[in-house]
Design a protein around this ligand. Structure first.
Ligand SMILES: N[C@@H](CCC(=O)N[C@@H](CS)C(=O)NCC(=O)O)C(=O)O
Length: 266
């Protein structure tokens, strides 16, 4: 892993951990961005904010970099690349960049829909939502639950996948994972021997799918694909070595912060 360097006071704002997932956030886009920061060797402090509406784009993650508050992992990575002169994609061919863009969109624009559907509407979804609601006062939980599920259903319907029946949604998500497994083959990283920005994106999704508790069929499918699991473990060992030994099914608690690397929000 690249050395972590002190560069200003970069804050990474994320939704918190949970569901047995061994990282500082249980959400794919925050995990993507944190992976990229480690890949780029940039020092940062994790701050937890579960109200995604507080972010500049109303979504998680976001960063605070000096006077700048910025949302959207893709735009943030472009900004950090430019400002700090770190580029894990240096030397990539135009063809590899095109392949990376296509996978990026597959995970973020398509798999993400099936993933979110299964996370909250699929097997185990009700229990996961209850865990997420523990931070709210008991009396408010029914209202927050109803609002959250209503908004998510509306969003998935608007994006498109939510219009299909449940088995079709699972089949479409599984097809993304099968395609990913076939494309990865026996390569150590997505585009070959070295981790690139696309690996941060893919790991953001696989890291959460592979370790989330429960026996949801979509996530079980991710775990059943040996090369995808080996890849996920490889990325975890390389970029999050302090989490090794915290297996899926373990406590839904924040990752113990490496004081050299992370600062939990107080
Ligand atoms: N394009 C954004 C997507 C971020 C995103 O969808 N985050 C999800 C959680 S992983 C979120 O905030 N969902 C809450 C909402 O949409 O209201 C990025 O790359 O950061």
């Amino acid at each position: 892993m690249a050395a972590i360097e002190q560069r200003g006071d970069l804050e990474l704002w994320v939704v918190g951990p949970g569901w047995g997932i061994p990282f500082s956030s249980a959400a794919p886009f925050p995990l993507k961005l944190e992976t990229w920061l480690r890949m780029a060797g940039l020092r940062y402090a994790v701050k937890v904010e579960n109200d995604t509406r507080k972010g500049p784009k109303g979504k998680t993650p976001w960063i605070v970099d000096g006077d700048l508050r910025m949302g959207d992992s893709e735009l943030i990575i472009d900004h950090l690349r430019e400002k700090y002169g770190r580029d894990p994609d240096e030397g990539l061919s135009a063809r590899d960049r095109a392949i990376a863009t296509a996978w990026h969109r597959t995970f973020e624009e398509h798999y993400h829909q099936a993933f979110e559907h299964e996370l909250f509407f699929g097997v185990g979804g009700a229990a996961r939502l209850e865990e997420a609601l523990r931070g709210f006062p008991f009396v408010l939980r029914p209202l927050v639950r109803r609002m959250f599920l209503g908004q998510l259903a509306k969003q998935l319907h608007a994006r498109g996948l939510g219009r299909h029946d449940h088995s079709t949604i699972i089949a479409m998500g599984k097809a993304d994972l099968d395609a990913a497994s076939a494309y990865l083959g026996d390569k150590p990283y997505w585009l070959g021997d070295a981790p690139r920005t696309i690996d941060a994106c893919v790991f953001g999704f696989l890291g959460v799918s592979a370790y989330v508790e429960g026996d949801n069929p979509l996530f079980a499918h991710a775990r059943s694909l040996p090369n995808l699991m080996a890849y996920t473990e490889r990325m975890r060992a390389r970029f999050f070595p302090e989490t090794i030994g915290r297996d899926a099914g373990g406590p839904s608690a924040p990752v113990p912060a490496d004081p050299e690397l992370l600062e939990e929000a107080s």
